[in-house]
Each structure stands twice: as C-alpha cells, then as structure tokens.
Ligand binder design. Structure first.
Ligand SMILES: NCC(=O)N[C@@H](Cc1c[nH]cn1)C(=O)O
Ligand SMILES: [Zn+2]
Ligand SMILES: [Zn+2]
Length: 479
C-alpha cells in the first residue's frame, strides 16, 4: 500500500493551491441555515457541491426535503447525495457532512470579512465555515480528485450525504436517512459511516471521536405592552418583559456551570473507575484550553474535570435575546416583547422529552415567583440526541492506522461536547459503525468570530481522509 499512498500524498501537495481555491469559492457563499433570508444562498451552496462532485465524475442527486416545519412557504435546502464507485468487490463507506454555516457578520467583531477566505502569513485560513464544515466536506472531494489525478484507485465505494440544515438541528433529515438506509434506498449498501465535523483536542495531535453530546434548544418569550415604550414616559409604571426575562434566565445556571433545574443532573450516568482512568492517557493540558478559549476563565483547574465537563456532563448556555436594543450607543426604550434563547447539551442517560418537561415546568415556576402580569411561553426550537459508541471496531482501527501513517502518532480517543444530531440516526438506520474523524484543530473557533482552518490541517487532513479509505479497505477484508 505504501507506494500507492505516497503517490496520492504527492498529488495532494501538488493540488494544494487549487484545494484552497475550492474552499475560497465555498466560503464566499453565505449559506447560513438559521437565517431565512439566506436560504437562496444555502441552496446555491448545494448547487456548488453538485457541480464540483459532477466534475469529479460522481453520480449526484439533489433531493428536496419539502417545506420547513413552522415556517410559511420556506423550503428546506436539499440533501446532496452522491456515489463514487459501485464495485460489488469493494466495501462501501458512507460520508456525511454539512454545507450550511452559523451566522456571521463583520459587526460581530470579525477581523476580516467572514465570507471572504483570508489566508495570513502563518497559513491560517479565516472564513465562516472554513472548519465547520466546508473545509472537511471539501477534504473528501479533494481526496477523490487527488486519487484520480495520481492514477490511484480508491479501494472502497463512496456514498455521500451532505445536508444544509445541520446548524439548525438537521431539520427533516432523520426521516430521509431512515428511508434511504432501507432496502432499495441510496444508503442501502453502506458498510460503515464516517463524519468529519469536529475538532482535535489540541493543535498537532489528531483524534478519533466516539461520543457526542446532544442539544435541546429552547426559546422563552415574555411579552407585555402592545408596543415598545419610552422609558422616561412609562418606566416605573409598567412591568417590563426584559426585566422578567433576565431574572428567569438568571436562575437557569450558576457561574460554575451548575444547572439549577431540578431533575436534570439526576439523569446523568455516574462516572465509573474505568471511565476515570481513560482521561489520564489523553494528551491535553490546561494551556490547550486557555489557547482555545483565549483566556484563563475555565471553571476547573485540572484536565480531568475540564474534559468531563465538556464531554460527559450536561451544560446549559444562554445564547442571546431577540427583540432587544443591541447597537452601540444609548437608546431609552422598554422592549414590548423579548425572546431569550438557551440550550442544554445532553449526555447519557438523559431523555430528551423528560428534559423538555423539566425545563418547561421550571421556567413557568420561576416566572410565577416574580408575580408579573406579563405573559411567558417556552418552546423547544430543535433537539438532537447524544451518541456514544465503542472505539474498537474495524473502522476505528483503519482510521488509527491512517493517523499513524500521515502524522506519525497514535490518535487520542475522544468524546466531543458539540452535537451532530444525525449521528445516532445513521448508526440506528444503517446498523453500521459510525466514526468521527476530524481534521480541524482546537483553535479553529467554530461558531465564533474569526473561525479558521489552518492550511496544514486542510492539506494533511485531506491526506488523512484519503489514507483512511485505503486502511478501511484492508481492515474490511479482515472484518
Ligand atoms: N460541528 C458540529 C456542530 O457545530 N453542531 C452544532 C449543531 C447544533 C445546532 N443546534 C443544535 N445542534 C452544535 O451546536 O453542536
Ligand atoms: Zn459542523
Ligand atoms: Zn457547527
């Protein structure tokens, strides 16, 4: 295998500038799934993927998902499915990724335009979606192209599933996957599933990931006056929705991240001695955390508690408030209606529906304690399940060998605090191994301002994804 891989690696290096151009074109399409007005751009991004895949010789289909639930006349973006190779002699790998991105604006504090890929002298490639998840998705396309141009055969068949609503809870995708995994469906022949959509623990050592937290995302709306009011004319004489909202939001979680909603922490499986021992071997230091977050404001001072807080305990984050004054300057307004947004990252053995019921009851009880005449309504906006698997099967073995080949180290085995809602769906629907194989680093700032992917990660990551296909074929013969 080594000579073949060497040819492939050389071709990746040769094509590296064109791979960066491909990422530049993708980042320039502001495919923000959470913003209804950007939906045409999300669709445009799907079309970009279709044309890139067709140019590589893949069979590609753009599958509609229908209308978005709860929205009037707004269509969900299509799922791009593709097939590359269909040999009955080969194993088949199903790849999943997403082509939508989180919202971003220069006014949020970006140093550069978020939708213009900007590469600095250290090879840091800034742009929304560069690491989450356009870079990794294009990494798979790059791997196909480099194989083709190096004249190296890909030893597995590839199926692809690229969606455009992941950052909004993968609306509509569960049913699609379940249908396509059945006999006669597009994913029927999948022998394993691989997702590249998370991050290494640090900046140099790759990891293989075997667990994710889930995410239940809520909105809490408080309304009172019929319209926004002058605070000089009416302040003191009306009960203010914003005051009520910050008070209820303030009861959800304490400064050290302890969730105050009764019943939530009780659902979490206790840590076993076996599990505790896993953390010792993981290459991670508190400096890795400080580098990623850009400060020393962590809750814990040791790596074990820090990693457990990120991976195996739930967390509650307050994200924002809709309907409020948020510009610079001073505006003396009393907002008439405000909508707070918060989410809970869920872990084994939390049951999503039970979490919802506890949240709804708690918010209503806390609001009742205020004695306010305003009205409250709490809703679940979207939910995705947690997922944990065993990191010991043939696909993990293949990926571990690929990491050793490309990077010369054994990968860390990690869990991840973020969520990829369809991971569990793929596992249940196909009944096959699901592996998370990230290429981005802990400093990439996904979802944040100045998101980036390092050129080194993108190019070496493309080598890793391609090498994994070869070891997968080898391990598949033994499995
Ligand atoms: N790279 C994965 C990722 O960023 N996932 C999002 C998905 C999401 C959005 N709302 C709920 N889940 C995440 O925030 O973890
Ligand atoms: Zn992602
Ligand atoms: Zn994301």
């Amino acid at each position: 295998m080594a000579p073949q891989l060497d040819g492939y690696f050389k071709q990746v290096d040769k094509l590296s500038e064109s791979f960066i151009e491909r990422l530049r074109k993708a980042v320039a399409i502001p495919s923000v799934s959470a913003d209804d007005k950007r939906r045409p751009d999300v669709v445009k991004m799907s079309e970009f993927l279709v044309s890139e895949l067709e140019a590589l010789g893949a069979h590609v289909e753009s599958r509609p998902l229908g209308l978005q639930p709860g929205k009037k006349d707004l269509h969900l973006p299509p799922v791009v499915v593709a097939r590359y190779g269909d040999s009955p002699e080969k194993r088949t790998l199903l790849l999943y990724g997403h082509y939508d991105v989180q919202p971003a604006g220069k006014s949020d504090g970006w140093a550069t335009d978020p939708f213009t890929l900007t590469v600095d002298e250290k090879g840091r490639m800034y742009g929304r979606g560069s690491t989450d998840d356009k870079g990794p998705v294009l990494g798979w396309l790059n791997a196909i192209q480099a194989h083709k141009e190096a004249g190296v055969e890909i030893p597995v068949n590839l199926l692809m599933c690229f969606e455009g609503m992941e950052e909004y809870g993968s609306e509509g995708l569960d049913d699609f996957i379940e249908k396509e995994a059945k006999p006669g469906g597009f994913f029927e022949k999948a022998d394993a599933v691989c997702i590249s959509d998370n991050y290494w623990l640090g900046t140099k050592k790759p990891c293989l990931t075997y667990g994710l937290r889930g995410c239940n995302y809520y909105s809490v709306s408080i309304s009172g006056p019929g319209q926004d009011l002058h605070s000089g004319l009416f302040g003191g004489s009306v009960q203010e929705p914003m005051t009520d909202l910050v008070r209820v939001l303030g009861t959800l979680v304490d400064t050290n991240g302890k969730i105050k909603i009764p019943g939530i922490n009780e659902m979490v499986v206790p840590v076993t001695e076996d599990e505790k021992s896993l953390y010792a071997d993981i290459s991670y230091t508190m400096d890795n955390l400080y580098e990623s977050i850009g400060s020393k404001t962590g809750v814990y001072s040791d790596k074990e508690n820090t990693l457990m807080a990120r991976w195996r305990y739930p967390s509650l984050s307050v994200h924002g408030i809709e309907g409020v004054f948020s510009d610079p300057g001073a505006k003396t307004v009393i907002p008439a209606k405000v909508i707070g947004k918060f989410s809970i990252r869920t872990v084994p053995d939390m049951k999503s529906d039970q979490v919802d019921q506890l949240v709804f009851k708690y918010m209503k009880d806390e609001f009742a304690k205020l004695g306010s005449k305003n009205t409250i309504s709490v809703e679940l906006m979207h939910a995705g399940n947690w997922w944990v698997t065993s990191p010991k099967d043939w696909s993990f073995t293949a990926a571990g060998r690929a990491v050793e080949k490309v990077f010369g180290v054994k990968p860390d085995l990690t869990r991840e605090g973020g969520s990829i809602p369809v991971t569990l769906t793929f596992q249940k629907a196909t009944g096959k191994s699901v592996l998370l194989l990230p290429i981005g680093s802990s400093t990439d700032a996904a979802h944040s301002i100045n998101e980036k992917l390092d050129r080194w990660n993108y190019i070496e990551g493309t080598k890793l994804l391609g090498a994994y296909l070869h070891y997968l074929a080898e391990e598949g013969m033994k499995a």
